[in-house]
Ligand binder design. Structure first.
Ligand code: PLP
Length: 381
């Protein structure tokens, strides 16, 4: 039997074979401690700096502005807590949105407990943060605005540049969680006009357990991980050599192939959407009608429970649910709730995310499997 079609690339991606190839020496001869002065250490240090240059090339920044971390969550924590502490003398107000990942909302909650004030902005029905809402919420004591580049569940792309202009006009820093966007959208720190930006390796065909934080030159950040002076004294701990080499290679692939990746994913996502909506009535695509990630399809099937659909699909398609069913209660995801997606669609929402290796044949198998499952659950087949 075929393996289930993997359509959960927003949860994580496989390691690209070219990334694996680049990492291979780290399983053998390239093992030195990058801080060691001997030849083994120098070779490791060189590999790390090459990786840093590849990340910087993708982001359009200088290598010295890239700090390696353990992933998206650490990058977000380092940015939020680091800025909050370093700029507490200027103010203690932070602005974020209701559709952020828990890796933003939890640090915000933590900071609230430490005496900071966090404004959580609502979104519209498309999952979009309105720059006017940022303008209305920003104050003299606002030190940071943090809004994600694009949403992991529904794919809506946020107006980061416009929001950054408002933050900067009021003397606040701008951070964006870009865990979901490399390889799908251009991620250039100057075009986005951000001061800090988080990356997660495993969302872009690099391994798990590595990430990066872009910190614009001149931005102060209190150290989050205390210890020795690694990463220009910004993040202690011996570097994750293999992860960094992999992240660098993954960023290089994005720099050279972004157009091709985005076009392919866009075509696969559209084939999937058209196949499902052509065959089934009472469906609803969640997210912005035009400003969405090319690989993400959040689609609700009216009157059904997402967990029931996924049970039907267990052998054919691997995807995520927009709602979870616990005993007799359905919990709709915070993102769909914030967008006020009608309950009868939200409870039956699947998040299908395609990847750069997804094939038309896999999409056709998925359409057939989902259409069959939905018809059975609706008592139509
Ligand atoms: C938008 C977003 N931010 C942050 C994260 C967390 O990244 P990591 O798993 O690398 O810690 C994720 C992963 O689910 C994400 O989708």
């Amino acid at each position: 039997m075929d393996q289930p079609v993997y359509l959960d690339y927003n949860a994580t991606t496989p390691i690209d074979p070219r990334v694996a190839e680049a990492m291979q020496p780290c399983l053998g001869p390239l093992f030195g401690n990058p801080s060691s002065p001997h030849l083994y250490g120098v070779a490791a240090k060189k590999a790390i700096e090459a990786g840093r240059e590849q990340v910087a090339a993708m982001l359009g920044c200088s290598p010295g502005e890239v700090v390696f971390t353990s992933g998206g969550t650490e990058s977000n924590n380092a940015a939020l807590k680091g800025v909050a502490e370093a700029y507490a003398g200027l103010g203690r107000h932070i602005i974020t949105s209701a559709i952020e990942h828990p890796a933003i909302l939890e640090p915000c909650e933590y900071l609230t407990g430490k005496g900071y004030e966090v404004t959580i902005l609502p979104v519209d029905e498309y999952g979009m943060v309105a720059p006017e809402q940022v303008e209305a919420a920003i104050r003299d004591d606002t030190i940071l605005v943090t809004i994600m580049h694009a949403n992991n569940e529904v794919g809506t792309i946020q107006p980061i540049r416009e929001i950054a202009a408002i933050a900067h006009a009021h003397g606040a820093l701008m951070h964006t969680d870009a865990a979901q966007t490399p390889g799908k959208l251009p991620v250039n720190v100057d075009e986005l006009d951000v001061d800090l930006l988080s990356l997660a390796g495993h969302k872009l065909y690099a391994p798990k357990g590595v990430g990066a934080l872009y910190v614009r030159e001149g931005v102060r950040l209190n150290k989050f991980m205390h210890g020795a002076t690694h990463e220009q004294n910004r993040r202690a701990s011996t570097e994750n050599l293999m992860g960094i080499v992999g992240l660098g290679a993954a960023c290089h692939l994005v720099t050279t192939n972004l157009g091709e990746y985005a076009a392919h994913m866009g075509a696969m996502r559209e084939r999937l959407r058209a196949g499902l909506q052509g065959a089934l009535a009472d469906t609803r695509v969640n997210g912005h009608p035009t400003l969405f990630l090319p690989n993400t399809l959040s689609i609700g099937f009216r009157g059904l429970d997402a967990t029931d659909i996924l049970v039907e699909l267990v052998d054919s398609v691997a995807a995520s649910a927009g709602a979870a069913c616990h005993t007799d209660q359905v919990t709709v995801s915070a993102v769909l709730q914030a967008m006020r997606v009608p309950f009868e669609y939200a409870r039956g929402t699947l998040r299908l995310s395609v990847g750069r290796h997804t094939t038309p044949e896999e999409i056709d198998r998925t359409v057939e499997a989902i259409v069959g499952a939905v018809r059975r659950l609706r008592g139509l087949a």
